[in-house]
Design a binder for this molecule. Structure first.
Ligand SMILES: Cc1ncc(COP(=O)(O)O)c(C=O)c1O
Length: 367
């Protein structure tokens, strides 16, 4: 067989690679998912869906009740006015990112993204034969409109914004997001806003760029918010033609998101939210213990305001994470997220407090 060169050139995720060589007793602080179980009332909704025989295809856009609940969620929590017909349910935020990029990028088109940034953005751009263009973040890992504007060309088709941010934990301010949205509007490209960590903010507030421009595709998921990464359930909101074009791709690559997961997501979004508050408070406690421990060892870092990652500067991130693995701690080197943060490592605090404390002990000698 012959393979497409633009696919062959894509690297296996640096996050996967960082698990290689971990021994059986290793503490895994490399994972990007909550260590909590999906709340019971959400599981029950899925069990009921199966028992009722709600196991066939659904509408391509997703079940109307879930889209109505998401429309309400976007209105109440984000101040956004999207009708259920402007919302599409997808197989995780991952599929939504793919649809957004695939629907705006032609061969050689450019997609702007922060460096460091989430591993999928560059890879998905390459799948669409586009060219990922890295935009360096400022010293606090914020993406500024000035830095983005310098890299806009006639081939720019999209800018991806991710606040709260993976891997840095930074949270963009409302004003920064407004400036980015206005830039997208002025130049006529899409702003793809990945808001999957929206509920995990410890200082500051979440703002959706879609408040400031119609060119925004808002992407979110129940994956992180409700500890549902394996259910593969995300969604996007967009206007008119943007939604129509993404729907064309979705129809053929996915048909619809899992019917059972859609029922579970409906229970998640429209049910009690105290499970989210509980997780947020627990993540905050763990963050404080981890950051204080790292700083005591002399690691340089701001306190991350959101998501569930610490991103300290440690010298050579590849060498340090290799030594950490030998000492029984998995962390991801900054090089997995681009080329601008090779001297950092990403440490996830979506792990138990006991594991975080043991990991800190093990890290002490190396850091
Ligand atoms: C920033 C960001 N966006 C999207 C995703 C993918 O989310 P999902 O599991 O819903 O596909 C992740 C998962 O790690 C992420 O960190």
């Amino acid at each position: 067989m012959k393979f497409a060169s633009h696919v062959e050139e894509i690297d296996i995720s640096g996050i996967r690679k960082s698990f290689e060589g971990a021994g059986p007793g290793a503490i895994n602080l490399g994972l990007g998912q909550p260590d909590f179980d999906t709340p019971d009332h959400i599981k029950q909704a899925a069990i009921e869906a199966i028992e009722e025989g709600f196991t066939g295809y659904t509408m391509n856009l997703g079940i109307p009740e879930l889209r109505a609940a998401l429309s309400e969620k976007l209105r109440l929590e984000n101040g956004l006015d999207y009708a259920p017909a402007e919302i599409m349910v997808t197989s995780g935020a991952s599929e939504a990112l793919f649809l957004a990029i695939a629907s705006v990028v032609e061969e050689g088109d450019e997609v702007l993204m922060g460096d460091p940034g989430f591993v999928s953005y560059a890879a998905l751009t390459r799948v669409s034969q586009g060219r990922p263009v890295s935009v360096p973040m400022d010293e606090r890992f914020h993406l500024t409109a000035e830095a983005v504007a310098e890299r806009v060309t006639p081939r720019t088709r999209a800018l991806i914004v991710n606040s709260p941010n993976n891997p840095t934990g930074s949270v963009q301010t409302r004003e920064e997001l407004r400036a980015l949205a206005e830039l997208a509007e002025d130049h006529g490209f899409a702003l793809i806003s990945d808001e999957v960590y929206e509920q995990f903010i410890y200082e500051g507030e979440h703002a959706s760029p879609a408040l400031y421009s119609e060119n925004v595709i808002t992407i979110n998921a129940v994956s992180k918010t409700y500890a549902m990464t394996g259910w593969r359930l995300g969604y996007l909101a967009a206007r008119g033609e943007a939604l129509e074009n993404m729907l064309k791709v979705h129809q053929y690559v996915q048909a619809c998101a899992s019917s059972i997961s859609q029922r579970a997501a409906l229970a998640a979004v429209s049910g009690p939210q105290d499970c989210v508050r509980m997780m947020r408070e627990e993540f905050r406690r763990r963050r404080d213990v981890l950051v204080e421990g790292l700083r005591r060892m002399g690691a340089e870092m701001d306190v991350p305001a959101g998501a569930f990652y610490a991103f300290p500067k440690v010298g050579d991130g590849d060498a340090v994470s290799a030594r950490l693995i030998k000492a029984g701690v998995v962390a991801v080197p900054g090089s997995a997220f681009g080329s601008a943060a090779r001297d950092h490592i990403r440490i996830s605090y979506a792990a138990s407090m006991a594991d975080i404390r043991t990991a800190l002990e093990r890290m002490r000698e190396i850091l």
